[in-house]
Write a protein that binds this ligand. Structure first.
Ligand SMILES: Nc1ncnc2c1ncn2[C@@H]1O[C@H](COP(=O)(O)OP(=O)(O)OP(=O)(O)O)[C@@H](O)[C@H]1O
Ligand SMILES: [Mg+2]
Length: 289
């Protein structure tokens, strides 16, 4: 689903004169007042835990990087799973996304390269747990990340084609910062409640049908099958493409990457269509809307 939820939130807050005029000096300035024109900014959210947010963030980011795009992952979860999943040692970082949100540190200076060419990371550490409390009373608190991103991009300190943000399983102030910065929201949904043998496939299909009925074309075509290799890849600090390029997980995330490319860069439609692989019958799905 490519719902323009960021603008919904932006409108919500711009209707509030207190919040609008309350932006402090640290987040004002012309370079941070207009959205960057070329970067596609996506928040990956779901209040439900363990539904594949981080796995999707890492492997979609890696898929886009492998297609030649410059990608930044922003880890907005104090669990640091996205950072750990690309092999960043979060215990030995001088600065992290915490410093951007709480201390007005430039986003540029917390970004680290990953092992994967074209993929950078703004890492999270456990310090982020306290960030919410520390920014809770700030005016404009919901737009701190957006301003940092816009400033970095509009001053051409760094260029990115895509920015993907991983979030924790809660609609907290960190997640709201991600949503406010985003143009689009991607919601991974696990399409079964219980792993009941024999009943699982039907339940997945029924749930997917209901999702499509309700959300219609916002539900993506790509389905991610249950594949333990995805968990193994993350545990080894690698994307699925680098861990096991022939696995079902790699096939599924390759397809998701192509679908997101089609939606976000229609000019690539012709090339991507030629590369589309027909998906086999799926045993179990994660519908991503
Ligand atoms: N398609 C899949 N098949 C098998 N295991 C998967 C799949 N996708 C994710 N996993 C595993 O399931 C667990 C939860 O996935 P993940 O961490 O991506 O979810 P999350 O939504 O980010 O969780 P949280 O809400 O805690 O941040 C992880 O151990 C992950 O490796
Ligand atoms: Mg996660």
């Amino acid at each position: 689903m490519f719902e323009d939820l960021g603008s919904v939130l932006r409108n919500l807050y711009s209707d509030n004169p207190q919040k609008q005029t309350g932006h402090t000096a640290r987040i004002s300035g012309p370079e941070a007042s207009a959205p960057p024109s070329k970067t596609i900014i996506i928040a990956i959210v779901n209040q439900k835990g363990g539904c594949g947010k981080t796995t999707t963030c890492i492997n979609l980011a890696a898929g886009l990087a492998k297609r030649g795009f410059k990608v930044l992952m922003i880890d907005l979860d104090p669990q640091s799973h996205a950072s750990l999943g690309v092999n960043i040692d979060v215990h030995n970082l001088g600065v992290s996304i915490y410093d951007v949100l709480v201390k007005s540190t430039d986003l540029n200076s917390v970004i680290v390269p990953t092992y994967l060419n074209g993929l950078d990371l703004a890492p999270a550490t456990s310090l982020l747990t306290g960030a919410q409390l520390e920014i809770a009373d700030l005016l404009g608190r919901e737009g701190l990340l957006r301003t940092s991103i816009w400033r970095m991009l509009n001053t051409h300190v760094r260029h990115y084609d895509y920015i993907l943000m991983d979030s924790s399983p809660s609609l907290n102030l960190l997640t709201i910062n991600g949503l406010t910065a985003a143009q689009s929201v991607l919601i991974p949904i696990q399409a079964h409640y219980f792993s009941l043998e024999g009943g699982r496939t039907k339940m997945s299909r029924d749930m997917l049908a209901q999702l499509k009925d309700y959300f219609k074309e916002k539900v993506l075509q790509s389905l991610i099958r249950m594949n333990i290799t995805l968990a193994e890849a993350s545990a080894h600090g690698k994307s699925i493409f680098d861990f096991d390029a022939a696995s079902n997980g790699a096939k599924d995330y390759r397809q998701l990457t192509e679908e997101i490319l089609l939606l976000t860069r229609p000019e690539l439609a012709a090339a991507a269509a030629a590369a589309t692989v027909t998906a086999p019958e799926r045993e179990s799905n994660s519908a991503v809307s």
